[in-house]
Design a protein around this ligand. Structure first.
Ligand code: ASP
Ligand code: MG
Length: 407
């Protein structure tokens, strides 16, 4: 009998009625002849509320205690869901990350899964039980409770599916699949029936909230078929598949935006070898991810460098560059939180020319100034003024004719 992993997000288990509905769906899957392992998020916005509460107590709560606190959200939802399944006359058992042995690296937050012990899950499944696992949490080798980063229940689910060799991993959420753009921004955005792992990974990284990017990485690595679908309806959602499965040629699959971006500019740097290396090494040592970078030759043998980081990393990054300033002898530092990154993603870029030019001209026609650009094989990103985000997304979406044809 094959195993199916089903993951339900916070909105899918936001109240008792929704929990009961999820229980019915899980039970039906078992009735269809599968062994079912379920991964659940905390109910509704519990994780936000717990975070808020922690910050009412302390401006800087200790990482260990924050992980201890946030992990309780999922403990509530797994217990309630197991009760709901039992109530329907089926057998279920809830398990925390510690009970399973979802072993992570040493950090308390943003911890990475290193290993999942499959023995407890398999033995419960073999007893005919539906196994309900807490998403988002793990345990370090020192027996400390860890969390995997916001939105990471998806990652728990794909990692569990990979470990169990599941037939597929179904991600149930409050939207009915992956769209060419956020439908709240682009009303004629189209639901994709398929998308490749690589495109999905980029979309998740570049602002699409539908999946946690690490979950896509794991699914790709272990060849786990992923199905993103709605927990409130029966429609087929979006299948995340290997490149080779894509038969029709699409050039661009989606357009995303991300306003949680900030730009830092270092002006009047000495224009000598090794300067950029020193700066970016220090930033990397602090585990901060830098995305777009531009360097211009300035005046009198100096150079200016601008780069972007996630807005949450602005303060620590600023601290680092301030500390380098006098030593390296550069003139000034400026920052800008009002930028957004908009990106076009598609594996078709590998075989089509002129995609970047089309994106730039769509933005130009809209009067949107491009401040920075970065590209890879399957994506083009532009930093723009945050105020133009929605308009820019619509313009690029139109340019590549991604929307539904008006009927
Ligand atoms: N409950 C966690 C969060 O809100 C994990 C998740 O929902 O995936 O980030
Ligand atoms: Mg999510």
């Amino acid at each position: 009998m094959g195993i199916i992993v089903q993951k339900f997000g916070g909105t899918s288990v936001a109240d008792a009625t929704k929990v009961k509905n999820v229980a019915k769906r899980i039970v039906r899957t078992q009735e269809e002849g599968h062994q079912v392992a379920v991964v659940v998020s905390a109910m509704g916005d519990t994780t936000d509320q717990l975070t808020f509460l922690a910050h009412e107590i302390s401006a800087n709560p200790p990482d260990r205690e924050l992980a201890m606190l946030l992990s309780t959200g999922e403990q509530v939802s797994i217990a309630l869901l197991a009760m709901a399944v039992t109530e329907l006359g089926y057998q279920a058992i809830s398990l925390t990350g510690t009970q399973v042995g979802i072993v992570t690296g040493g950090f308390y937050s943003e911890a990475r899964i290193q290993h999942i012990n499959d023995s407890r899950i398999l033995s419960e499944l073999d007893k005919g039980k539906i196994v309900i696992l807490a998403g988002f949490q793990g345990v370090s080798i020192d027996n400390e409770i860890t969390t995997l980063g916001r939105g990471a229940s998806d990652t728990t689910a794909t990692a569990v599916a990979a470990t169990l060799g599941a037939d597929r991993c179904e991600i149930y959420t409050d939207v009915d699949g992956v769209y060419t753009a956020d439908p709240r921004v682009v009303p004629n955005a189209r639901k994709l029936s398929r998308i490749t792992y690589d495109e999905m990974f980029e979309m998740a990284q570049l602002g699409a909230k539908v999946l946690h990017s690490r979950s896509v990485e794991i699914a790709k690595k272990f060849d786990v078929p992923l199905h993103v679908r709605s927990s409130f309806g029966e429609d087929e959602g979006t299948m995340v598949v290997k490149d080779s499965v894509m038969i029709e040629e699409v050039v661009i699959s989606g357009v995303t935006s991300d306003k949680d971006q900030a730009k830092i500019s270092l002006l009047g740097l000495p224009d000598t070898p090794g300067i950029a290396a020193q700066i970016f090494q220090k930033v990397a040592d602090a585990n901060i991810n830098i995305d777009m970078i531009i360097q211009n030759a300035g005046q009198d043998e100096t150079a200016d460098i601008s780069f972007t980081v996630a807005e949450k990393d602005l303060a620590p990054t600023l601290g680092i560059v301030e500390s380098l300033k006098s030593n390296m002898g550069f003139r000034s530092i400026s920052t800008d939180k009002t930028i957004a990154k908009i990106s076009a993603i598609g594996i078709g870029m590998q075989s089509h020319v002129g995609i970047a030019a089309r994106m730039f001209s769509a933005l130009g026609t809209e009067g949107v100034n491009i401040q920075m650009i970065s590209t890879s094989e399957i994506k083009i990103s532009c930093a723009i003024d945050e105020r133009h985000t929605e308009r820019a997304v619509r313009a690029v979406h139109d340019e590549f004719e991604l929307g539904n044809v008006a009927s």
